[in-house]
Ligand binder design. Structure first.
Ligand SMILES: NC(=O)c1ccc[n+]([C@@H]2O[C@H](COP(=O)([O-])OP(=O)(O)OC[C@H]3O[C@@H](n4cnc5c(N)ncnc54)[C@H](OP(=O)(O)O)[C@@H]3O)[C@@H](O)[C@H]2O)c1
Length: 247
């Protein structure tokens, strides 16, 4: 059984990816930060469907907790999955914050940096000894790295950094057969940034060639697809999954 860790899989895109991965027979480590009940719900849905999943607490903004998290992962791998390593890491956890460059505070900037770039960097570094050869890392970036939309400058800049980091991961981990790709979603219906008001959704739908926002499973399905053997030659790519957002 292949095993995947998906950060921030208590809700939204991560939860959808966790459920889709389990449907394809993968074991899933579901991580949560502030929503343990929702993580339990995702694990329950997976186990009721005949899959295997465990929840673990992880604050991606707290690098000081990463060694303890690795120890917790190792313990779960051993006791639940009978393994010493896992196959795939999906760096998905994140949050939205709308503020213009003129008014964004240093605290807001640092918080976004810690969760969207520093966290994935050091989490991957810490987990690397546990990632099996021929595994894969998927980083969730954003279509805001390609087009500038007002109010998300630090977020988009750090997602852009994560996109670049993905290529370096592919370069440095390739000798172990470990691939690294990023997925850049467009507007998807989740609770990110407080969710979608009707007006906001209508505006985003109007900016999208297919005339609507995306649904979480439309990203979860791409995660599963990228992890599959059929796509084994895709490496070091940033794949926008956005229904044709601002083209
Ligand atoms: N939705 C979109 O339109 C969209 C578009 C482009 C990119 N993305 C990216 O997709 C990813 C998932 O977003 P989403 O739309 O699914 O958002 P969401 O519905 O708000 O879910 C966010 C998830 O991230 C977790 N999380 C937040 N801060 C965390 C932290 N400090 N440490 C660990 N986990 C944390 C949350 O866990 P808890 O609830 O347990 O705290 C939750 O599981 C993010 O990286 C986001 O930037 C989303």
């Amino acid at each position: 059984m292949k095993i995947v860790i998906i950060t921030g899989s208590s809700r939204g895109l991560g939860a959808s990816a966790a459920i889709e991965c389990a449907r394809k027979g993968m074991g899933v480590i579901v991580t949560y930060n502030s929503s343990p009940d929702k993580a339990e719900g995702v694990v329950k849905e997976i186990t009721q469907g005949g899959g295997k999943a465990v929840p673990l607490k992880l604050d991606v903004g707290d690098t000081g907790s990463f060694v303890a998290f690795r120890d917790a992962v190792a313990a779960q791998l051993q006791s639940v999955f009978g393994r010493r390593d896992f196959d795939y890491l999906v760096n998905n956890a994140g949050y939205g914050l709308f503020n213009t460059i003129a008014t964004v505070t240093e605290n807001q900037f640092d918080g976004l940096f810690n969760v969207h770039l520093k966290g994935p960097f050091f989490l991957t570094q810490t987990q690397l000894p546990l990632i099996a050869d021929n595994g894969q890392i998927i980083n969730i970036t954003s279509a805001t790295t390609r087009v500038a939309t007002s109010g998300v400058a630090p977020y988009a800049a750090f997602k852009g950094g994560l996109e670049v980091l993905t290529r370096y991961m592919a370069k440095e981990f390739g000798e172990r057969g470990i691939r690294a790709n990023s997925i850049a979603p467009g507007a998807i219906r989740t609770e990110l940034g407080g969710g979608l008001s009707d007006d906001f959704e209508a505006m985003l739908a109007g900016q999208t060639a297919l005339g609507r926002v995306g649904e979480p499973e439309e990203i979860g399905g791409v995660v599963v697809s990228l992890l599959s053997n059929e796509n084994r030659w895709i490496n070091a790519q940033n794949i926008e999954v956005a229904g044709g957002y601002i083209i």
